[in-house]
Design a protein around this ligand. Structure first.
Ligand SMILES: Nc1nc2c(ncn2[C@@H]2O[C@H](COP(=O)(O)OP(=O)(O)OP(=O)(O)O)[C@@H](O)[C@H]2O)c(=O)[nH]1
Ligand SMILES: [Mg+2]
Length: 473
């Protein structure tokens, strides 16, 4: 987010002085204007490195970065892939490649060079100086996309915090380069002129203060969110969709609940968790949450700040890990998601692997191979509806295992309780005895307390009941 500072300067120039606008104290407002995308419609050159043995014909190593850059609004004009074992400490790609990059940047009028790797602040400064244009890395690009996609107050807070934490240690390094550039009298071009050491110091102070304020605010938001989710999950069984970005989580959410969640062939379409009621076979009502997509090398501070958004995941009874089975790197995606779940302390949760987009398979044998390799998984197409019945039944079976059968006798005068029963329990048997309703209900253990004084006897389900319908397994 060095560019955030650059943006500050650009706007400062427009309004007279960057220093003045800092004094005006509107640092925060400037930080996240969605119209100020870092690479909005900029001409981009992408750079990546691969191991010397990498087969470039088999796989495009810059595929994901291209999609990320396009999602951020850039036009990808050129790409450069280098086979390299160890990064060069000064420029990551070494002197010769930097010179080549410099020539290509000039020839194609490139505005921004985007690296697939995470670069150190020193490397970014050196590259920007050598190449003569803006250089950003993968982390910054992802943070930028999150910043422009964030809609809710919570998501905006989270992204701003992650961006500032990423920028803070880099401010002085960048400034040092820009200052020496200025001192040399050359000027670094629009958007690259630095404010000088004094300004950097003031930027650092502002950023540090803002981080403290944001962390404080995040604590309040997180606590509120935790209470909200806990209240919801006391009696309701909850299921969360997790998975790599673009795997089809929102499409599946829509298919299961008619939620009308935005679906796009773009990375990170969903940033804010949505929760809807999903009715399974046998009448089991669960709350289904669609969450932010994960990606390999998800910036660390972003994961940390997204804890609150992922509260639904943390408190879910079951996770559906949605995978784009048609993607050539599906296996890597699964690993990346598992890594993030581990960071979030969620790897021990019950999880069901859901291979999506099987309609893209040319040969039915591909599906069989997949299921043979992952016998516990389910293959579906959220788009065509193929396999959705099996998925619903499997989820019902997994959740029913966790429900407890309770026999209760409730007076008909308990109208409120009787009315809400259907939202969190499954009636198995019902009969009327005088002014009472005698029922056998299947309920989540967390909700037992609500029925305590009406209970006759209870037993844990020894085995899930076999259900009728095509999907029973
Ligand atoms: N062919 C095919 N395409 C699908 C299927 N499911 C989803 N898609 C497409 O995949 C793209 C991404 O779908 P989304 O539902 O937005 O994916 P997501 O996992 O919610 O993505 P993020 O919110 O960005 O993490 C869209 O273009 C969908 O139309 C499927 O079963 N088959
Ligand atoms: Mg989505």
């Amino acid at each position: 987010m060095k560019n955030q500072d650059l943006r500050i300067q650009e706007r400062g120039r427009e309004s007279g002085s960057a220093v003045d606008s800092h004094r005006a104290g509107d640092y925060n407002q400037r930080a996240l204007k969605s119209s100020e995308k870092t690479v909005y419609q900029e001409r981009a050159l992408l750079v990546g490195t691969v191991e010397p043995g990498f087969d470039l014909r088999a796989l495009d190593p810059l595929d994901e970065l291209t999609r990320l850059a396009e999602t951020a609004g850039a036009v990808v004009v050129d790409r450069l892939v280098q086979k390299r074992e160890r990064p060069d400490p000064r420029t990551f790609i070494g002197k010769g490649k930097t010179e080549e990059l410099s020539r290509r940047v000039a020839a194609s009028a490139i505005d921004t060079v985007i690296f697939d790797n995470e670069l150190s602040s020193g490397q970014i400064a050196n590259l920007a100086k050598d190449i003569g244009c803006k250089v950003i890395d993968r982390t910054e690009l992802i943070l930028d996309i999150f910043a422009t996609h964030a809609r809710t107050y919570q998501a905006k807070l989270q992204v701003e915090l992650a961006q500032l934490e990423y920028t803070l240690p880099r401010l002085s390094k960048l400034g040092a380069h820009i200052t020496s550039e200025q001192q040399a009298g050359g000027g670094a071009g629009i958007g690259m002129r630095g404010p000088g050491e004094k300004q950097i110091e003031s930027d650092r102070r502002l950023a540090r203060n803002r981080i403290v304020a944001l962390r404080r605010e995040m604590k309040v938001v997180e606590e509120r969110k935790r209470r909200e989710v806990s209240a919801r999950t006391v009696e309701n069984t909850t299921v969360s969709l997790v998975g790599y970005t673009n795997a089809g989580k929102s499409t599946l959410m829509n298919a299961l609940t008619k939620a009308g969640v935005l679906v796009e062939d773009k990375l990170f379409s969903t940033l804010d968790t949505r929760t809807r009621i999903w009715i399974l076979e046998g009448g089991i009502k669960v709350l289904l949450s669609d969450t932010v997509g994960f990606i390999r090398n998800l910036p660390h501070n972003l994961v940390a700040s997204f804890h609150a958004t992922l509260e639904e995941v943390a408190q879910a009874d079951l996770l559906l890990h949605v995978v784009d089975a048609s993607h050539p790197q599906a296996a890597e995606h699964i690993e990346a998601v598992e890594r993030v779940l581990k960071i979030l302390d969620c790897s021990d949760k019950p999880i069901l692997l859901v291979f999506n987009k099987v309609d893209r398979f040319r040969d039915p044998i591909e599906r069989e191979i997949l299921l043979h390799r992952h016998p516990e998984a389910i293959a579906i197409s959220a788009r065509t509806g193929d396999g959705i019945g099996v998925l619903t039944a499997r989820v019902a079976e997994r959740l029913t295992r966790r429900l407890i059968d309770v026999e209760v006798e409730i007076p008909q005068s308990e109208g409120k309780l009787l009315a809400e029963l259907s939202t969190w329990s499954v009636p198995v048997k019902r009969e009327y005895v005088d002014s009472r309703v005698r029922m056998t209900l299947r309920v989540p253990s967390r909700a037992l307390y609500k029925l305590e004084k009406f209970r006759i006897e209870s037993k844990v389900n020894p085995r899930p009941k076999k259900r009728s319908g095509p999907a029973a397994e």
